[in-house]
Design a protein around this ligand. Sequence first.
Ligand SMILES: Cc1ncc(COP(=O)(O)O)c(C=O)c1O
Length: 393
Amino acid sequence: MRSDPLAFLGEELESLRRQSLYRRLRVLGGEQKAHTTFDGRSVVNLSSNNYLGLTTHPRLRAAALAATEKFGVGSGSVRTIAGTMELHMELERRLATFKNVEAVVVFQSGFTANAGTVSAILTKDDIVISDELNHASIIDGCRLSRAAIKVFPHKDADGARRIIKSLPAGGRRLLITDGVFSMDGDLGPLPALCEVAEETGCIMMVDDAHASGVFGADGRGTIDHHGVHGRVDVQVGTLSKAIGALGGYVAGNRNLIDFLQHRARPFLFSTSHPPSVTAACIAALDVLTSEPEIIERLWTNTRFFKAGLGRLGFDTGPSESPITPVIAGDSATANALSDRLFAEGVFAQAIAFPTVAKDRARVRTIVTATHTLEDLQYALEMFEKVGRELNLV
Ligand SMILES: Cc1ncc(COP(=O)(O)O)c(C=O)c1O
């Protein structure tokens, strides 16, 4: 019998276990809500990106059901062949108006929006200048483009400027940052980076996945939050987090969007969203503009929870958003913190290397608009209890 050619994967997994980096998937028992069931245990859920509770909002649910009734469950093709429905066009028009740009193209996910865009607009003759903590989808897009990759220190606009000024002439340059960094919850320094891009002739790109629906007027994102409209050439947003459904989009000028529709490989070679997803996203835009109290609640909850963690003495890093990491140090301690919290009815996922640096393993908390103050107070009490057990506070 032939030996298993995939045996090396078992060895890799064993190595992950030895380093406390092997994690089992937790299974959601019901709806993705602030208080729900994972692995059969009722918990306060501090791990979802469902910032506004829209995954179960009645208007989104009704829109998805109606679209399924009317159009069926799938689109049946990639966008460029037979998979563009009037709903897809409507969502893109609505997003363009919402984001105050000429045009928008929707991708299957934020990941494919980033990776597909960077790899489409750059070639091997170009250079990308990227924050060291940018999301994996940006990194993969950069690699796929075969452009030279220059990494600048986190949030360091002067560092980015120095790198750009030291580059040889020739080729296009793309300066790229996350709007909100997903592991620390801090914000990219957009005004300073826009200045650098303008000074040095770079294309400016922002991945606003964690800002869509969270920052700016009615959740228009960090471009709106920082008041840098018209200064960011390529804006990526996601429909999978605060918007509550699935997808990513690129917002920019007409040429950019036309070009991506001809060259971005996920757009060309992967089937478009089912009608239910697209209809839910359209309904989400209605909710953002007609129920502003939801975003206000998100921020009230965020302030309450952050202040609580701070008072307890946890190291919560530089977060400015509803994402608040509780830094534990090594991965074994982060896993212990997460597991003990889970046993006490609080789900806050541990995040370790390679997602974050080896000595910055953490439990990442994400507050949503739908947590009650009692949920958050309970979670804080459990953080205090378990934090003391593990000598973190
Ligand atoms: C910063 C950032 N960009 C992009 C993405 C990808 O978004 P999506 O989940 O829609 O693929 C994520 C999500 O994990 C993210 O955190």
